[in-house]
Design a protein around this ligand. Structure first.
Ligand SMILES: [Zn+2]
Length: 174
């Protein structure tokens, strides 16, 4: 897999993004498919969502093999790495030919979606169902709780934390 990362919010974070991208690719795709793809990740504060993935180019056989991933940089490490996992599921969908570029066909069936972020579409449901598990595996492989605040060690004892209501107590009593 050829991978480039642009406009990283922190140079120290770039290597984690790189390793996460390779990790997710190897979890999701065959070795042969991973070797055939090129991914360009750009951090972009101008996008109106956490992330997005699109096809940048196809190979001679017109199979999608080059992909653009955009990630919002104003998020914490866990959110960004989970969003990357989500977008890598979309890369697999494009690369395997399950989803077409214009998001109108899924596994050969025509879909009439008007929104790119249609949570009920099969490709979004698949991406959402896998993102958390992929992040969990990467988190365990890298012991990310030793590096980033806001990421906890799942095997550590459970600590008491208040529920964090934002409304006042009087409000809660009514
Ligand atoms: Zn998505």
């Amino acid at each position: 897999m050829k991978l480039s990362i642009h406009k990283s919010p922190d140079p120290r974070f770039t290597s984690y993004v790189r390793r996460a991208c390779h990790f997710y690719a190897n979890e999701l795709m065959s070795k042969r498919l991973v070797e055939s793809i090129t991914i360009r990740i750009t951090f972009d504060a101008g996008i109106d969502c956490l992330g997005c993935a699109s096809v940048a180019a196809t190979n001679d056989g017109t199979k999608p093999r080059k992909f653009d991933i955009r990630l919002h940089p104003y998020k914490d490490a866990a959110d960004i790495l989970e969003t990357l996992a989500h977008e890598m599921v979309h890369v697999r969908q494009f690369a395997r030919g399950h989803l077409n570029e214009s998001l109108s066909r899924w596994k050969g069936i025509k879909y009439d979606t008007h929104h790119t972020h249609d949570y009920f579409s099969p490709w979004e449901r698949e991406a959402m169902s896998l993102e958390e598990g992929l992040l969990y595996k990467f988190k365990m492989a890298e012991k990310l709780w030793e590096v980033f605040s806001g990421i906890s060690d799942p095997s550590a004892p459970v600590e008491h934390q208040p529920l964090g209501w934002r409304v006042s107590e009087t409000c809660l009593q009514t």
